[in-house]
Design a protein around this ligand. Structure first.
Ligand SMILES: NC(=O)c1ccc[n+]([C@@H]2O[C@H](COP(=O)([O-])OP(=O)(O)OC[C@H]3O[C@@H](n4cnc5c(N)ncnc54)[C@H](OP(=O)(O)O)[C@@H]3O)[C@@H](O)[C@H]2O)c1
Length: 302
């Protein structure tokens, strides 16, 4: 196995909500890394950023060969259900076609590919999903992510990390759902409707990014479910956050999935069973919701 000091890690999506946490994790581990972004070249937390548009198919191979990664953490995506629904062709090109191109390049170079996927590859009829459960997506977003997974898994050693709903403050420029909730509570700038009937196993960005990097550095590939220890609705998340901050959750309105209408169904229970990850990485912290909030909130208050 390559030790972490000999790895050359290519990170796509390093400017995104998860990606900025991955960057911090890579920097803390002093891994020799490079970030790809459609933005300007430069440095992020001391790690070089190259301008590479994953839709520019002719540019990917030369950029890949010029860095020569041994590990690729692929977190670039059209990452929201709304954006994928609004532009399914773009979702296909980035979430599926670009992933295939990266997968082919990795295979030829003998590099391992770690693909960040989602709990929304499931239809939500059952919950408690394990890695052996077949994907059954009901949304354009989940379909595009599910289509890319077997492409990645064709090569032994590659990993698909299915993440549950992520929470925590943004480190970059894109607001997270947590940022909206935080402002609703601390600034009273809005009332938010939160689903009471959609179940996830939310996990904070820091713990999730640590899991992704540890899985990337390990020998074993395959599918990994990485969610938090509790099954919760967005309503419960908001309510518990408000109470954690000593407030009554009057800024949140309980609502259900049907109330928003829309053309896509929303899965009811896509909670993940993370026992494979937990059994192989038992030493990694796995904070419950309030423990994660304690970790998240104190820097925000200082
Ligand atoms: N957030 C969640 O709750 C959650 C839950 C489960 C799974 N995930 C998965 O985690 C991953 C990251 O999600 P996220 O929420 O962090 O996404 P995000 O904040 O929307 O960031 C998307 C990233 O993709 C990059 N990107 C977009 N178009 C690109 C292109 N044409 N070429 C190169 N890069 C491009 C963006 O970089 P530039 O704009 O700099 O180019 C950005 O860094 C995704 O695979 C997502 O499916 C997220």
């Amino acid at each position: 196995m390559n030790t972490s000091t000999t790895h050359r890690v290519l990170l796509t999506g390093g400017t995104g909500r998860l990606g900025t946490y991955l960057v911090r994790e890579l920097r803390q581990r002093r891994l020799h890394s490079q970030i790809w972004s459609t933005g300007s070249p430069g440095f992020k937390d001391g790690i070089p950023v190259e301008h590479v548009d994953l839709l520019d198919v002719d540019h990917i191979a030369p950029a890949f060969q010029s860095f020569g990664p041994t590990l690729v953490i692929h977190a670039a995506a059209i990452s929201t259900a709304d954006a994928c629904l609004a532009n399914p062709v773009l979702a296909q090109r980035l979430n599926v076609d670009a992933t295939k191109q990266l997968s082919d390049l990795c295979r030829l170079a003998g590099a391992r590919l770690i693909y960040t996927s989602t709990d929304l590859v499931f239809d939500g009829r059952r919950g408690g999903y394990r890695e052996c459960d077949p994907p059954s997506p009901v949304m354009v977003y989940g379909r595009s992510k599910a289509e890319a997974e077997p492409i990645v898994l064709q090569v032994a050693g590659n990993s698909v990390v299915r993440l549950s709903l992520l929470f925590g403050p943004k480190l970059g420029s894109r607001d997270s759902f947590f940022d909206l909730q935080w402002r609703a509570i601390t600034m009273g700038d809005r009332r938010m409707k939160l689903f009471t009937d959609e179940w996830r196993t939310p996990i904070d960005y820091q713990t999730a990014s640590r899991a992704v990097v540890e899985i990337a550095l390990a020998d074993t590939g395959g599918i990994w479910h990485v969610g938090g220890p509790e099954r919760m609705s967005r309503w419960e998340m908001g309510e518990r956050l408000a109470r954690f901050l000593g407030q009554t959750p009057l800024m949140f309105e309980a609502t259900n999935r049907d109330s928003i209408g829309g053309t896509e169904p929303r899965p009811e229970d896509v909670s993940l069973d993370s026992s494979r990850w937990r059994s192989q990485f038992a030493a990694t912290d796995w904070p419950n919701y309030e423990e994660a909030l304690r970790m998240i909130v104190s820097p925000l208050r200082s």
